[in-house]
Design a protein. Structure first.
Length: 155
């Protein structure tokens, strides 16, 4: 796991953007991506999306909430699932058709999130792939859901 630009991966000749054609996918295949959430990630996400909810940006405000402190945007965390889908499994060329998410626990600055996808069903007629998706921090599942993506066939 790690960031797609990890120099160790490059030194080992691992191509992070390999991807799979529909015909190469099998139920049970799994891939993951991990990222430690930083202050900069939260600020940049707020700036990019306009989501300036003080639960994410203002410690004084956030301290008075249910979570007793700042939390990362749920969709910032969920975006890591998209990273797995678009860069690892199925990989480049995969196009989202749908995603259902259930937010189970907060993510805080300094947490390392592991986003994981697993192939659960293949629909050859439409070249759709159903995926189980999760994000976890340690042993805690923070997001779980299901995604459907369209995957290109082999040329």
């Amino acid at each position: 796991m790690g960031n797609p630009s990890d120099s160790a991966d490059e030194a080992n000749g691992i191509d992070e953007l390999h991807g799979y054609a529909f015909e190469d996918l099998r139920e049970g295949m799994t891939a993951a991506y991990s990222k430690t959430i930083t202050e900069a990630d939260i600020v940049l996400y707020a700036d990019l999306t306009g989501d300036v909810n003080p639960a994410h940006l203002n410690q004084e405000y956030a301290a008075a909430t249910l979570f007793k402190g700042r939390i990362a945007h749920g969709m910032l965390t969920a975006g890591l699932i998209s990273t797995v889908i678009g860069t690892r499994l199925p990989g480049p060329g995969a196009i989202y058709v749908g995603q259902a998410l259930r937010f189970k626990a907060p993510v805080r600055i300094g947490d390392t999130v592991v986003a994981r996808v697993s192939v659960s069903k293949l629909n050859a007629g439409r070249r759709f792939v159903e995926l189980k998706t999760t994000c976890s921090v340690g042993e805690t599942i923070v997001i779980e859901g299901d995604a459907t993506v369209m995957v290109p066939a082999r040329d």
